[in-house]
Ligand binder design. Structure first.
Ligand code: EPS
Length: 385
């Protein structure tokens, strides 16, 4: 499978094309809209999310509730477009209509993109680099989640740390509980007192015109052994996952299982001992987060990503105007002062996409039924191994 996205933050719509989905997968707009709603929420969001009510319109590849095997195209309207038509329209306009952005925000794509693509108005950069694009990546992930669900694979996520406040929870195998608790938490945190402390940090940052980042965790259960491969660098699924997670806007790093803390421990306390019971091979712990040798082990996949604080600040940092070359405070764009809870939903969905893609590589077919036969054969193979 592959997908392409198009669309600017204040353009008319976002567009997604997913190619390579099998036929006969049940897919309803609501499967996607449910995920879109989750992404829009979270404590710390700004005024934009009061304007948008993201709804997926499926415009091809699905008929009477089932995929046909043709590319699935989805559009999501930007309701804010009506306020930006003259600034963002495709047709030529008088130069005075253009509100030129000439003051790059430190930490954003503004300056590098302007130099690289030759824009004197950095709106031509920031509109596409905006995290608004994660809307359609979540739509792609929602389709992946639906596919995975047919094979008993489930995905959830949580906020593990926000603005320096760390939640002490570690995943205990109960994904249903994780989903229930995080869905009820405004910051998607598993421990309510920690969630309160996270909200206090967001309030404080907002009062100071500042922003805060954090760490999110995605968890996938029901993953069969052997997705990905050890035989070539670009077939290692953890490596592909790292690319997917660090490509989420503002993400700066990724870890699996105990992650970077493995550096502090001896090997005997890091590697997960192999066990064998009626259900087959397993591991006594899951320090490696469900991956060994670029392949899934059959243990839950645990992926964490770190999001830097959003670089658009109401208390802007020092910058240089690209026209006058004079120092100026960077331009202020309306923004969220914390999008970590939303980013947790995005992380879940990009992880779901990578798992689904690896699943189709291993068990692929043109029809869902064909994939099911391939998967069941493999389950039998594993049981006999
Ligand atoms: C964003 C700035 C804000 C966010 C936006 C990402 O938008 P605006 O500039 O319209 O106020 O709300 O996020 C979304 C629109 C979204 O859907 O997540 C940015 O600068 O990246």
């Amino acid at each position: 499978m592959r997908f392409l996205t198009a669309g600017e933050s204040h353009g008319p719509q976002l567009t997604l094309i997913v190619e390579g989905l099998p036929s006969n997968l049940e897919l309803l707009s609501e499967d996607i809209n449910g995920e879109l709603r989750r992404r829009q929420g979270g404590y710390g969001r700004g005024r934009r999310m009061k304007i948008e009510k993201d709804q997926a319109q499926i415009v091809s590849g699905v008929r009477h509730g089932y995929t046909t095997g043709a590319p699935v195209a989805i559009v999501i309207e930007n309701k804010d477009w009506k306020n930006w038509e003259s600034i963002m329209g495709p047709d030529p306009v008088d130069s005075e209509v253009k509100k030129q952005v000439t003051r790059p925000r430190p930490g954003h794509a503004d300056l590098n993109g302007a130099i690289k693509y030759g824009h004197r108005d950095m709106r031509d950069v920031l509109e596409r680099s905006s995290a608004r694009e994660t809307t359609v990546r979540v739509a792609a992930g929602a389709i992946a989640k639906k596919l995975l669900k047919s094979f008993g694979i489930d995905v959830g996520g949580r906020v593990a740390e926000l603005g320096g406040v760390r939640d002490s929870y570690t995943f205990d195998g109960d994904l249903e509980q994780l989903k229930t608790v995080t869905e009820a938490s405004p910051v998607r945190c598993m421990t309510s007192e920690t969630g309160d402390a996270m909200m206090a940090v967001i309030d404080e940052a907002k009062a100071n015109g500042d922003s805060v980042g954090g760490i999110v965790e995605a968890v996938v259960t029901g993953v069969p052994t052997g997705l990905g491969s050890h035989v070539h660098y670009d077939r290692k699924l953890d490596a592909r996952m790292a690319m997917a997670v660090t490509s989420i806007n503002a993400f700066k790093g990724v870890e699996f299982g105990i992650g970077f803390s493995a550096a502090e421990k001896p090997g005997s306390q890091v590697h997960d001992e192999i066990t064998y019971e009626d259900a087959g091979f397993s591991r006594s712990t899951n320090n490696l987060g469900g991956f060994e040798g670029g392949m899934t082990t059959g243990m839950p996949v645990i992926v964490r990503g770190v999001m830097k604080p959003i670089p658009t600040l109401y208390k802007p940092l020092q910058s240089i105007d690209i026209d006058s070359k004079e120092p100026f405070k960077a331009s202020i764009e309306r923004t969220d002062n914390c999008a970590v809870p939303a980013a947790s939903v995005v992380c879940e969905n990009v992880v779901a996409w990578e798992i689904a893609n690896a699943f189709l590589e291993k068990f692929g077919g043109d029809r869902l039924g064909e994939i099911t036969v391939n998967y069941e054969n493999y389950c039998q193979w594993m049981a006999d191994f």
